[in-house]
Design a protein around this ligand. Structure first.
Ligand SMILES: Cc1cc2nc3c(=O)[nH]c(=O)nc-3n(C[C@H](O)[C@H](O)[C@H](O)COP(=O)(O)OP(=O)(O)OC[C@H]3O[C@@H](n4cnc5c(N)ncnc54)[C@H](O)[C@@H]3O)c2cc1C
Length: 432
């Protein structure tokens, strides 16, 4: 370990936990019978729980760890409208109307989080700074500029093409060939957002039971028996909200999500002058690579949070930190002596069709597979699932009826991941 690159108080925990440490919730007894059991206390589970509790349902949310221990307090806090497949690709798969509705869900999710944070008065540094995406080669710049000029009708996003000669007004680097700004991209502090959601869910009467892994879900008709260490509960409905941490208790879903580690570091506090030179705006940042970097200034602009995928196979935050730091310095040579204060990772859930999925299997509800863009989509779909459970027509989504694909012999362990990452990194290195 290169100890000189770490601050004295270096932690392998999310930077966000400094402001919102993992809550220590008092142990509560689980009743014998409830209306809804939810597995996973991240954004998906808590958002669903809040809607259900406010509609008068008795709800218990279980988490195997602390509430929010998963991606929901580990992410970069960037909120785009991103749906990974483009409109044309979705049209080829499902027809134009369905494609349109799926892409619209990205905008609805962004609108949902914007309204939710405001109406619930959640203090989580929510802002709409926009995002600059840098082109990592000339061909990518041209493709991005063309795409910005030819957006599908009715699905336009507010995009501004930034030529290379002007990119310093966005970012203090010469590493890109220009880029595109999307002024609608929002940002927040993920830990504070989760804390706000948790507080509101508990205030509405939701019981959150932590360090209690659900071990099995058995249909008893009517309803289910949900088993956990030392007990079980009868529930009218069950929602699996475990995303990249889905385990054997939800085997059907597990065979459909691909857990992929995403790694991220926070730098030590930097001088305001240096921050202003390399990040003159508060924009969220990323690039056009398939194996992407995502980064941003911290909400108080004191430091840089820099994330991505630095190795083909999974590693640990002590090993990923120097690799991410090396790539950060590659973009901003001025940071050559920068030290790292936090390094952490989490498992996002990809899917074989790179779409999020919401639905039921054997009467068990699920919402998952946000493909690395779940800050708004997870809470939004959590709300929609709750509406479905309540029998409300508002619960319909553009994803309804889309089958949730798996692959023969896939059991939830992505043995093909290293090869895929290596392949995409090799492709990124070419001028295409
Ligand atoms: C490093 C990183 C950066 C990211 N950056 C962004 C970003 O900038 N923008 C963006 O939109 N998205 C980002 N994401 C993705 C985003 O954070 C997730 O899509 C979102 O938080 C998913 O929320 P969730 O509630 O569905 O799942 P999680 O928050 O992962 O919660 C799942 C929970 O289920 C629990 N669980 C699992 N099994 C069981 C069981 N058997 N019993 C009980 N509990 C169980 C886990 O302990 C976990 O707490 C990032 C993710 C990571 C890791």
């Amino acid at each position: 370990m290169q100890s000189d690159i770490f601050t004295e108080d270096f932690k392998t925990e999310p930077y966000w936990w400094e402001k919102s440490p993992r809550p220590r919730l008092r142990k509560t007894a689980v009743p014998e019978k409830i209306d809804v059991a939810i597995v996973g206390a991240g954004y998906t589970g808590l958002s669903a729980a809040l809607v259900l509790a406010r509609a008068g349902r008795s709800v218990v949310v279980f988490d195997a760890e602390d509430a929010g221990w998963g991606c929901s307090t580990r992410n970069g806090g960037q909120i785009s409208r991103s749906i990974k497949p483009g409109y044309e690709q979705l049209t080829r798969r499902y027809g134009a109307d369905t494609a349109f509705e799926i892409i619209r869900e990205g905008s609805r999710a962004l609108e949902w989080v914007t309204d939710f944070v405001a109406s619930e008065n959640i203090q989580c540094d929510f802002a709409v700074p926009g995002k600059f995406t840098g082109a990592h080669n000339q061909a990518q710049f041209e493709a991005m500029a063309r795409a910005a000029d030819h957006q599908p009708e009715g699905l336009e996003e507010p995009l501004e093409v930034i030529p290379r000669a002007e990119q310093h007004r966005e970012l203090g680097t010469d590493a890109y060939y220009g880029g595109v700004v999307n002024t609608s991209t929002a940002s927040l502090d993920p830990g504070l957002f989760h804390q706000g959601l948790l507080e509101r869910a508990r205030a509405a009467g939701v019981s959150v039971v932590t360090h209690c892994p659900v071990a099995g879900i058995e249909e008893t008709a009517p309803g289910f028996r949900v088993k956990f260490p030392g007990g079980s509960v009868r529930a009218g409905n069950v929602l699996v909200a475990t995303n990249g941490y889905t385990g054997a208790e939800a085997g059907w879903q597990r065979r459909r999500v691909i857990p992929i580690g995403s790694y991220i570091i926070a730098t030590e506090a930097l001088s305001p002058d240096l921050m202003d030179r390399i990040m003159p705006t508060n924009r969220m940042l990323g690039d056009s690579r398939k194996v992407v970097y995502y980064y941003r200034p911290s909400p108080d602009r004191s430091r840089i949070l820099f994330g991505g995928r630095v190795s083909a196979s999974e590693t640990n935050p002590l090993k990923s930190a120097p690799l991410l730091r090396r790539d950060l310095i590659g973009l901003f040579p001025e940071l050559e002596n920068v030290r790292i204060s936090h390094s952490w990772m989490g498992f996002v859930a990809y899917t074989f069709d790179t779409l999020a999925h919401v639905g039921t299997h054997e009467n068990i509800h699920y919402a998952m597979g946000y493909c690395g863009s779940g800050v708004s989509m997870s809470g939004y779909l959590g709300m929609r699932v709750a509406q479905k459970i309540l029998g409300l027509k508002e619960g319909r989504t553009g994803f309804d009826g889309i089958s949730f694909p798996t692959r023969p012999l896939y059991t939830g362990r992505p043995w093909f991941l290293s090869a895929s990452v290596a392949f995409y990194r090799w492709r990124d290195s070419f001028n295409r």
